[in-house]
Design a protein around this ligand. Structure first.
Ligand code: GLY
Length: 371
């Protein structure tokens, strides 16, 4: 089943590249993506899918398409195009780091290091973490961290490995420590965001941006935590992060509905028409794959995690994928970006597509993402 799902996904990807040369998929409603420039937080997912596809099948068309985009990412970094946010990690891990990992390109490596330097500039010593959104001092966002950032710090760990400069590692670690202390709750659930006083660094309160309400557990935030803490364990060896990832994963699994694909927030009342977020399940599947590689063989939770992974991925392939929908441009239906915001739920999400493909090629061939 995995192989067939991968082939269908790669056919869709190749069709998108042919039909929309030079463009990137943006969030949409319906069967088609909107296509535009490299000016959101999400473009890296598209490029990352090309690298996964190339590693899987060796198709030179996918490699060339990914390589062609590097100049665009360089231009974006040099001109600081919509980069006042921490998602520099998502963008450049899946484009520049990916290209360096797959081809050894020095040009890609230099770009990834420059991106890591830009991400470092978001560190705020007053509260000891990376500011998620906006410019320094921004009244609304200046003191805010969000759990999603756990997937951005691997760019800093990677830069430390490449250069030996401890600054990258120390700042990544400071941020992840803060995230563990203030975003993860005792029952394994999580806050989406946490606010600190910008001057004194004092802790103010947890809250949400995309979840149901302050204090609820936004499903996708939980999934960023599952994968993000596992990756921090991979880079640091600190068992606290392995434990955090596992606790978040167990909470996620324990709160899944019958078809193993999560609703958009774990605290929202479920009724007819409550939106799912298939992308959260795809991200969590990748996090569980990472966990299964890192946990000791005798860990008592391995079987539960492995069973959940199989059930989640089988349901995504059978019930949520577009493999039998001719002309579909996305891979996974029923993602939810910002249900209470101005984005309609139930759309294709390019990050859902990316993590779905990452999980499939890792299960089938052991090919990992580029974090
Ligand atoms: N990182 C933004 C989101 O998950 O919607």
């Amino acid at each position: 089943m995995w192989q067939e799902a991968i082939e269908a996904a790669l056919d869709t990807l190749r069709g998108n590249i042919r039909n929309h040369p030079g463009l990137f998929p943006h969030i949409t409603e319906g069967q088609k993506y909107e296509w535009g420039g490299n000016d959101d937080w999400i473009e890296g997912f598209y490029t990352g899918m090309m690298w996964l596809g190339y590693e899987y099948g060796g198709d030179p068309f996918l490699k060339a398409a990914a390589e062609e985009q590097l100049a665009n990412y360089r231009h974006r970094l040099d001109h600081h195009i919509v980069l006042d946010h921490h998602d520099i990690g998502f963008l450049y891990s899946l484009s520049a780091v990916a290209q360096w990992r797959v081809t050894g390109s020095e040009e890609a490596r230099q770009l990834a290091l420059a991106a890591a330097d830009k991400l470092l500039l978001r560190y705020r010593p007053n509260y000891g973490a990376l500011q998620a959104w906006g410019k320094e001092g921004d009244p609304e966002n200046g003191g805010r961290i969000i759990i999603d950032c756990l997937m951005n710090v691997p760019l800093l760990y990677w830069a430390h490995e490449q250069t030996g400069d401890r600054t990258y590692y120390d700042i990544a670690l400071k941020h992840v420590r803060k995230s563990l202390r203030f975003l993860v709750r005792g029952d394994g659930s999580s806050y989406h965001t946490f606010y600190f006083d910008q001057e004194t660094g004092g802790a103010i309160r947890g809250g949400t941006h995309q979840g149901y309400q302050d204090g609820s557990t936004w499903t996708r935030g939980q999934s960023w935590g599952v994968y993000g803490f596992a990756l921090s364990y991979r880079y640091t060896g600190d068992a606290a992060y392995l434990d955090a990832s596992k606790r978040l994963a167990k909470y996620f699994i324990a709160h899944l509905p019958e078809d193993h694909v999560a609703y958009w927030d774990f605290d929202v009342a479920v009724e007819a028409g409550t939106p799912r977020d298939s992308s959260a399940s795809a991200i969590t599947a990748c996090g569980i794959l990472e966990l299964l590689e890192l946990l000791p063989a005798e860990d008592p939770d391995r079987a539960e995690l492995a069973d959940a992974l199989q059930a989640m991925m089988a349901s995504l392939v059978e019930n949520y994928s577009t493999r039998s929908i001719p002309g579909a441009e996305g891979l996974l239906r029923h993602g939810s970006y910002h249900v209470r915001g101005d984005r309609a739920p139930d759309d294709y999400m390019i990050w859902g597509d990316y993590y779905y493909l990452e999980a499939l090629v890792r299960m089938e061939r052991g090919i990992k993402g580029y974090w």
